[in-house]
Design a protein around this ligand. Structure first.
Ligand code: C2O
Ligand code: CU
Ligand code: CU
Length: 543
């Protein structure tokens, strides 16, 4: 690794980080324009460092940290800290904001080791969401790391390029721990000659954006009432900033978005109504971009969009909103209900934010960035009430499912085929053969009796560990047709995925291959309150 290499110097400059910045802490007020990363420069730098770059070892810890998020008292966050102990120090980067973070950059084929120390006051694990790793490295709730203890995660990076992430996975506490700030990004970079990358505009700038809803009380403490029905925050935070505003150049941007919310579904669209040009999903870049009127993002889903500011006038403002949609979950009086409208991110073209860096610290208690619950705009493409039954694969017969998993509320609990999580238990119908290709049908039964609240219906975000899948079919039973019509045009089913939104009354079939490892893995709803109260099961891969 020589810093004389011009491409490497460029990489460090664009990343805004030198070797001394490897320990990630709060970086409030830093010049964010410095900290966007040119994906191509990263890829070139990675290619140059060659053989010395086939390992990355980091010391990772989960810590409790007071951070100034609003004027007044600091907010106690739980965060990951990382430092490179072997390999290229530039592979650990800060996110552009106080939480979550950090970003760990990897490439396919490298060996990654994270020596993790738990500095919390409760058990945790680290799960590498979307990665294909041996089960003891997967952060399974059985592999708890006690306070003060250390666990070494080590694996080969087998996944293709894409944006993955990591977060805690202890049973019953995942929602709390993620909500307090424990999450980071794992980016597996494309090689510079990846045709999907070279097909994108040459001067592309990368900007990772983690969208999360949070509620702070009047002494700036995070509010997290435990409810099995799901937590919805009062406001949007992007990279830990409220009213996220980025100064952008008149260039094309690769916005790499993670919905890091516990329960909130996003319906992302440009405020000016321009189509959203989607270039990537959970599993990396698409073979070709697709335009959508808006994009649905369930918790844990990633979407990459191409935002082209080249034709913008200097000073022009472009904004990403979460558009209104109808959700039949009848969620309990949240200030910003599921499906409520909100501003997500503002991009100011050709200069810094209009009133300086201080604007992210504006006193915002409850800033009204949501619209009325009644403000439901039907999707433009689907204005008439429809029950869309439109399989992606137009085979004569529906695609037969290897397994059917019914998502249902029973006795006040969300269940998978009537079961909830049981630590190491695996049912006979949860055993998969190594190497098998399977189609799983997630059937959202759509309605059931809520705990003391009458009929409930809701969406779920189904995630399968170990594999990546293709969505091969969506059908809906029509009971929630009006709600469905407000979201259906925004599913991005074109690429590889590991998490999929299943709306009330909908059946989603996914096809995947259980390729690389035997062992105990999880499938669950990634709405973290559903997961924590047991909407999670093991499956076992046998040789
Ligand atoms: Cu991101 Cu089992 O989860
Ligand atoms: Cu996962
Ligand atoms: Cu769920």
């Amino acid at each position: 690794m020589t810093t004389n290499d011009p491409s490497r110097r460029r990489f460090l400059r664009l990343a805004g980080l030198g070797a001394g910045a490897a320990v990630v802490g709060p970086r409030m007020g830093a010049d964010r324009a410095q900290r966007v990363v040119d994906a191509r420069a990263v890829a070139r730098a990675v290619a140059r460092t060659g053989a010395q770059d086939d390992i990355l070892e980091i010391a990772l810890s989960a810590v409790i940290d007071p951070v100034q998020l609003r004027p007044g008292a600091p907010t106690t966050l739980w965060r990951y800290r990382a430092a490179v102990t072997a390999g290229d120090p530039a592979r650990v980067q800060a996110l552009d904001g106080p939480f979550p973070g950090p970003i760990v950059r990897l490439h396919q084929g490298m060996r990654f080791q994270a020596t993790f120390t738990n500095r919390l006051r409760e058990d945790t694990t680290v799960h590498w969401h979307g990665l294909n790793v041996p089960w003891l490295m997967d952060g399974h709730p059985m592999s708890l790391v006690a306070p003060g203890a250390t666990y070494t995660y080590v694996f080969e990076v087998r996944n293709p390029p894409g944006m993955y992430w990591f977060h805690p996975h202890p049973h019953g506490r995942t929602g709390t721990q993620v909500y307090r700030g424990l999450a980071g990004l794992l980016i597996v970079d494309e090689p510079p000659d990846d045709p999907r990358l070279t097909a994108l505009p040459a001067d592309l700038v990368e900007l990772p954006l983690v969208v999360q809803d949070r509620t702070l009380d009047d002494v700036n403490a995070l509010v997290y009432p435990q409810s099995v029905m799901g937590f919805l925050g009062d406001d949007v935070w992007v990279n830990g900033r409220e009213r996220f505003t980025a100064a952008v150049e008149r260039r094309p941007y690769r916005l790499r978005l993670l919905n890091g919310s516990n329960h909130r579904i996003l319906k992302l669209g440009w405020r000016d109504g321009a189509p959203v040009r989607v270039i990537g999903t959970d599993g990396g870049l698409l073979d070709a971009p697709v335009d959508k009127p808006f994009v649905m993002m369930a918790p844990a889903e990633r979407v990459e969009i191409l935002a082209d500011f080249r034709d913008a006038a200097p000073g022009e403002i472009r904004a990403l909103d979460s558009l209104a949609f109808r959700d039949d979950s009848m969620a309990m009086g949240a200030l910003w209900p599921q499906g409520g409208k909100a501003e997500v991110a503002t991009f100011v073209v050709g200069g810094g934010p209009p009133d300086g860096a201080g604007r992210v610290f504006l006193p915002i208690a409850f800033n009204g960035r949501y619209a009325e619950a009644a403000d439901f705009a039907p999707a433009p493409a689907l204005a008439a009430p429809v029950c869309r039954i439109e399989p992606l694969r137009r085979d004569a017969d529906p695609i037969p499912a290897t397994r059917t998993i019914v998502l249902r509320l029973e006795r006040g609990q969300f269940t998978l085929n009537g079961r909830t999580f049981e630590h190491d238990a695996v049912a006979d119908d949860e055993i998969v053969k190594l190497g098998a290709e399977e189609v799983w049908a997630f059937v959202n039964d759509g309605a059931g009796m809520g705990p003391g609240m009458g009929m409930m219906a809701g969406a779920h975000a189904m995630h399968v560990h170990l594999v990546r899948f293709h969505v091969v079919e969506r059908t809906t039973d029509g009971r929630h047709a009006e709600a469905y019509a407000t979201v259906a045009a925004g599913f991005v089913d074109e690429g590889w995925k590991d998490t999929v939104l299943v709306m009330p009354g909908e059946t989603v079939k996914v096809r995947m291959t259980f390729g690389d490892f035997t062992g105990l893995y999880l499938y669950h709803c990634h709405m973290l309150e559903h997961e924590d109260q047991g909407m999670m099961r093991n499956f076992r891969v046998d040789a």
